[in-house]
Design a protein around this ligand. Sequence first.
Ligand SMILES: *Cc1c(COP(=O)(O)O)cnc(C)c1O
Length: 391
Amino acid sequence: MSETTIPARILMGPGPSNVHARVYQALTSPTLGHMDPVYFKLMDETQVLLREVFQTKNALTLALPVTGMGAMETCLVNLVEPGDEVLVCVGGVFSGRMPEIAERYGAKVTKLTIPWGQPAQPAQIAEALKKQPAKLVALVHGETSTGVMQTGLPEIARICHDHGALLLVDTVASLGGTVFKADAWDIDAVYTGSQKCLSVPPGISPVTFGKRAEEKLAKRKTKVASWYMDLTLIRKYWNEERVYHHTGPVNMTYALLEGLKLIREEGLDARVARHAKAAKALHAGLEAMGLELFVKNPADRLPTLTTVLIPAGADDVKVRKTLLEQHSLEIGGGLGDLKGKGWRVGLMGEGAKPNHVLVFLSALGGILKAQGASGVKPGAGVEAAAAVLNG
Ligand SMILES: *Cc1c(COP(=O)(O)O)cnc(C)c1O
């Protein structure tokens, strides 16, 4: 068989995102044994840098050999015991998966249903907990199906704790691209993925558990229902005990560590500002073209993922196919309620750059013009975005 040629893409979908050359280089370093002292040193360095990105001092901070969904399931299986009441704020596809997973492990789930395109209001969570107390509240910080950012997390954490509940937050699409502070906001458990704003290939997922979450783990009456995802076992591989649990994803750990080093070099604040500026330019460009953003309140828009409504006269599949084939540029189609109605445009990690915004707007304008989409001003997008980027 001949060697497969992989095309270089501009990845502007909901993840994976583009990967820095240094991360690819790290991936191709020699594979070490998973019990090699040199590998242990790299695991330790990874934990230090993960704490920086999560903004936490949590001892239980490590990376799992899974994708984001595996991290979601790991957090839930460790924090849920059969019969536990769990409140999930559901406003999109990813938060919609949490009740299903929690129920499989025996949780009694109450769903707080939020209209698509809006975040949950802290007062709604307080009311829901008053009506039905819960041991755990779970929500998504950056909902990739809608492009909504859950604001008010410090207040929500306070409400949860006042009601004796832990707060679990999904930051798969937000950590490393927006402000997130696990300790300052008093969040009990957080997970993320590698291939979104951390710009590392998919397959390794960081998690962090604070004191209350650790206490819950220690006081469980039943064993964690999954042996593979049991953090009480996994942590013994990551801490000084070094007990073999699974073969660490050695080369993926190199890649994650290099991605985290790139974040430290850039600086978290500068990185967040870069994402914010690129998103502002993208939003200005899309609106100047006459397109409508799905999330109405600018404060609720997730900078790392934008949902834009498909204009009348445009062919969803053909637009995305043309972007991919002619411009080697990927965006995402709509998920769930937005299927066939919206596009999802990601600006994550390495991808959150002025040139990506300008190339995308220019390409999209040309395609929509050729398709005769109604009310679209194809050239206005680049101009408006450039004004933001140069401002
Ligand atoms: C992508 C994503 C996930 C799932 O991650 P996978 O790596 O696809 O398993 C979970 N939550 C959110 C918010 C995501 O964007």
